[in-house]
Design a protein around this ligand. Structure first.
Ligand SMILES: NC(=O)c1ccc[n+]([C@@H]2O[C@H](COP(=O)([O-])OP(=O)(O)OC[C@H]3O[C@@H](n4cnc5c(N)ncnc54)[C@H](OP(=O)(O)O)[C@@H]3O)[C@@H](O)[C@H]2O)c1
Length: 437
């Protein structure tokens, strides 16, 4: 049998401790599958005394993850510290520089430094595997990098943040407010004490930036993502969406258009009958649309110790199975040096259907004025109805418009015009509609 693969784990928190536990519990099975043993020979975390709930055996302890990356007796460095700078970046760079394979679950790190790290890995002839960084346990990276050769991706979109999907699912099922749902999610451990990163879309954006690079062969451009979170989604939106045959999801969408690539994260209306609309609670899903395959949807657990460990261990097993001298495939599907610059499509040119909810003064001429603003901007309406979803009183009513395909620029101009006309009692709500199978 080949020599054991020696693994060093940096970070023994939720994911790191699960990885160590599963590697130990499933050692015999993994040896059978990989044709060699996988042994944890080094570990690093901040607190050497903390009980990790796992027997780390004779693994050597390192206070300093960078030192472990450089000096430990390991073939693979597994980074599970987190953060886009500091010890995570320094240790991954050190490990790649020392010619060691790296496995990481760190989307923030890859969103910021992925291309640079891929260049180092490819120069050194080692693997940089990151299945767990996007959609946790769902094998989407492997699917896009390996199983879809020859396909040209036209669009990739998904539910990439379990916290947001949990909140939206409960708001719809129980009719409770965003704030009440968020508090409950925090109490149950589905949302952080500071939830901004999740609910405002940053976490989804990090993951989307990685998928975009894989889908279109472009450099990662996380700063070029249009982003809106879910904190202004109300019960009025959810009720109106349901009545119109839609469900609201926070989607990350990357799409090739004539003017470049769109990368956007925002609350989105998807048809209630579509497959992605059936993805509830903390579950994640990624849809990949290609010229050959059509639309593929993968769904499953997007976070949590065991689910994430499953992806990390899959990456380690791939390294265990690779043979010395074997030329490894490029990190982002194409050699890092050949990734094209990202050409951003302006959000104003986004084309699609729109849901517009207006709270208006109940007076004669309002409907006509709204319809005129739409017509002036060449927006064709699928429907315009007075709807009992909003805060109805004798003095104010809710008007819901659904447009046929139009542009973001036209919708913004029309809504600005309606606002200036002075008919609105409250801020207008605009939610994009996404085509989904
Ligand atoms: N949790 C999930 O469900 C999930 C899902 C997908 C991806 N991820 C990604 O996985 C990574 C780890 O997440 P997590 O939830 O496991 O985080 P976590 O529970 O906060 O664990 C972080 C670990 O890093 C250790 N650490 C901190 N600074 C260190 C340093 N300077 N040197 C060595 N170790 C250090 C901590 O040590 P102490 O324990 O001693 O404090 C802790 O063990 C992140 O990149 C995250 O984005 C997580």
């Amino acid at each position: 049998m080949a020599e054991a693969l020696r693994v060093g784990i940096a970070g023994l928190g939720t994911v790191g401790a699960s990885v160590a536990r599963v590697l130990s519990d499933k050692a015999a099975e993994l040896t059978r599958q990989c044709g060699r043993e996988i042994v944890v020979t080094a570990v690093s975390a901040r607190d050497p005394k903390r009980d990790r709930g796992v027997d780390l055996g004779s693994a050597e302890w390192f206070d300093d993850a960078v030192k472990m990356a450089e000096k430990a007796d390991i073939d693979v460095f597994v980074e599970l510290i987190g953060g886009d700078e500091g010890p995570a970046l320094a240790s991954v760079k050190a490990a790649l520089g020392a010619g060691r394979h790296v496995v990481t679950a760190n989307k923030a790190l890859l969103a910021k430094h992925g291309v640079q790290l891929a260049e180092i890995a490819e120069k050194k002839g080692v693997l940089l595997n990151y299945e767990a960084a996007v959609a946790g346990g769902i094998p989407v990276i492997k699917t896009m990098r390996e199983a879809m050769a020859g396909n040209s991706v036209t669009r990739v979109f998904g539910i990439l943040n379990g916290t947001c999907n949990y909140i939206l699912t409960r708001m719809e099922a129980e009719g409770i407010s965003f704030d009440a749902c968020l508090k409950d999610a925090q109490r149950l451990g589905y949302a952080e004490a500071d939830p901004t990163f999740d609910i405002e879309g940053h976490d989804t954006a990090h993951k989307l930036s990685i998928l975009t690079s894989l889908a279109f062969g472009t450099k990662i451009a996380a700063n070029d993502i249009y982003m809106e979170g879910i904190s202004n989604i109300s019960q009025a939106d959810i009720r109106a969406a349901g009545d119109l045959g839609y469900r609201i999801k926070l989607l990350g969408v990357a799409q090739r258009t004539d003017s470049g690539i769109e990368q956007r994260v925002h609350p989105t209306m998807v048809p209630t009958a579509s497959v992605i609309a059936q993805v509830h609670g903390v579950t994640n899903a990624v849809a990949i649309e290609t010229d050959i395959l059509g639309e593929l949807l993968l769904s499953g657990p997007g976070a949590g110790g065991n689910a994430t460990a499953s992806a990390v261990i899959g990456d380690i097993a791939d390294i265990a199975k690779s043979r010395p001298g074997f030329q490894h495939g490029p990190v982002f599907g194409r050699p890092a040096k050949e990734l094209k610059p990202y050409k951003k499509a302006q959000m104003r040119s986004h084309a699609g259907g729109y849901f517009i909810r207006l709270t208006v003064y109940d007076r004669i001429g309002v409907f006509a004025a709204i319809a005129k603003r739409m017509a002036d901007n060449d927006i064709s309406l699928e429907s315009i109805v007075q709807h009992a979803s909003g805060p109805e009183t004798d003095a104010q009513k809710t008007v819901i418009l659904v447009t046929h395909e139009t542009t973001e620029a036209a919708v913004r101009k029309a809504v600005d015009g309606i606002t200036k006309d002075g008919h609105l009692t409250d801020k207008p709500q605009v939610i994009r509609i996404e085509r989904a199978g």
